[in-house]
Design a protein around this ligand. Structure first.
Ligand SMILES: [Zn+2]
Length: 352
């Protein structure tokens, strides 16, 4: 495997791998993962939460995840409060899983994961992936958009028609909005992650944050409800001339409607990013998971959105999947980002 970018992204004093060789170097074994957790939880050194004494804790060889206060002998677990707590799997397995889930495109099935990690038990692989996927759902997601303009469109997902005539049998309608960002200089993303991941477009246009949702139909009510839940007021929305979008201007948005009529040049000029996202989504759903049933689609949309929106910030994705939040760290995602942003290129501020 070639490794053109061996540097690790720094976040605080904890390095994060940008490649598989990096990952192996930083987390070579179980002890390295445990030590990482210790540094995350107690960045300024272990402090007993019971008696407050700050002294080198005692370690128990048979229970490496436990630190024991040398003064009061109370125990603290390095995994408390994380998805790994009380898991029988090694932390190194969890770390690998979170790294692979956040960095691999396009995602991974439980069978692939089981093979990659050499796990003997499929059920273990399935449960770990299931828990990591559950962490991809944020109940109170921020609305995207302003100051960035967004593209909005809808698409049919899944359900190949077999002998039922033309139409959208067994298909599910998915609506999406995506931010249009502009890179000011070519170098802004360079030095952080592969520039190809920035999805470069004409004039430096690239995709910011994405929101996807399942809707029952193309009615104005369905589309407006999704817009109001997902897009900041006053955002400039570009969409097609479907009548269901006509009233968005009266809902507090600036609206540009472009007749698409299936013309690829129009799509490329006005709605390139949302169509790119839809294309990636369909490739992922069909290629990896061989299609997804409608009842499971919302969860997969969440997973796709989570990974898409964090593709520049694998470190944050990795930690938020594992449920690792250091006690000294800000609790909101935006605050976490602000802390890390000092070393990040400008122009890529949002990553939620
Ligand atoms: Zn103590």
């Amino acid at each position: 495997m070639t490794n053109n970018s061996p540097r690790a992204v720094l976040a605080g004093d904890l390095s994060f791998p940008t490649s598989l060789p990096d990952f192996q170097r930083i987390f070579p074994d179980e002890r390295a993962c445990i030590d990482y957790m210790v540094r995350v939880r107690w960045p300024a050194g272990f402090v007993c939460s019971i008696c407050g004494v700050k002294e080198t804790p005692l370690r128990i060889s048979t229970r490496p995840r436990v630190l024991r206060c040398s003064a009061c002998l109370r125990e603290a677990s390095v995994t408390a409060g994380t998805v790994m707590h009380r898991s029988h799997s090694q932390l190194s397995v969890w770390f690998w899983a979170a790294y692979l889930v956040t960095s691999m495109t396009p995602g991974m099935s439980a069978v692939q994961f089981q093979r990659q990690l050499g796990l003997s038990c499929y059920e273990t692989a399935f449960q770990i992936l299931h828990k990591l996927r559950a962490a991809m759902v944020r109940p109170h997601r921020d609305r995207i958009g302003a100051p960035f303009p967004v593209e909005m469109d809808e698409t049919w997902i899944g359900g190949r028609t077999r002998g039922e005539g033309r139409g959208h049998h067994h298909k599910t309608l998915v609506v999406g909005v995506i931010e249009q960002r502009k890179r000011r200089k070519k170098t802004e993303v360079d030095g952080y992650l592969s520039p190809s991941k920035a999805l470069p477009r004409r004039g430096g246009l690239y995709a910011g944050r994405l929101r996807l949702g399942v809707i029952a139909d193309r009615s104005a009510k369905s589309l407006e409800t999704f817009a109001l839940e997902s897009v900041q007021p006053s955002t400039h929305i570009t969409t097609d001339d479907w009548s269901g979008y006509d009233k968005l201007a009266s809902k507090g948005y600036q609206l540009t409607q472009v007749p698409q009529r299936g013309d690829p040049d129009v799509t490329e000029a006005w709605l390139p990013l949302i169509h790119l996202a839809f294309g990636n989504l369909k490739t992922w759903l069909n290629g990896i998971h061989h299609g997804v049933s409608p009842q499971h689609l919302p969860a997969y949309l969440n997973e796709f959105t989570f990974r898409f929106n964090r593709r520049f910030y694998p470190f944050n994705a990795f930690r938020s999947l594992l449920g690792i939040v250091a006690e000294t760290e800000p609790t909101t995602y935006q605050a976490l980002y602000d802390k890390a942003s000092a070393s990040l290129p400008v122009g890529n501020k949002a990553q939620v």
